[in-house]
Write a protein that binds this ligand. Sequence first.
Ligand code: FE2
Ligand code: FE2
Length: 179
Amino acid sequence: MAMQTIEELFEHELKDIYSAEHALLGALEQMANESSDRDIRKAFTQHRKETVNQIKRLDRVFKTLGQKPSAETCPGIEGLIKEKKAFVRARPSAELLEYYNIGAAQKTERYEITAYENLIDMADKLGMDDAVEWLEQNLQEEEAALNRLKTIASEFDVTDEGSDENVTTAAEETTTSRR
Ligand SMILES: [Fe+2]
Ligand SMILES: [Fe+2]
């Protein structure tokens, strides 16, 4: 059926971000596990908790539409997750992977920020005041997360990897820690 109304577009975009948030639960958990620095791990863990609440707010938005929450695969976020998997296959050092994750997470935050800005604009046009408020709360958390990640990235101390012959790759480190 052809999509014709802004209500239909809103619903489509809502399902897209619903899928993205679910995919990010797993990605944030993985990035927390790949962090050796306590503060970085905490940043990922904290944002994962926020993501759980964001999904609950989206559930409420679906409810105001009289709909059961459902997801439509979000190729945007899936693509970023694929990129990360490809990077891991290049056997980066644990430290470089940690730094990469901070940058990759910022890309996902920017995607989410734009998605929420668009949803808020549509909800506003549709006079969905409660939905605007819940989506605003999600947007604020994404913006705060992006700012935290930016600070973490600028403070991240990357040593000269190339000169160190004893660099452990992320994959080797995982194997070692399992022993
Ligand atoms: Fe989110
Ligand atoms: Fe986020």
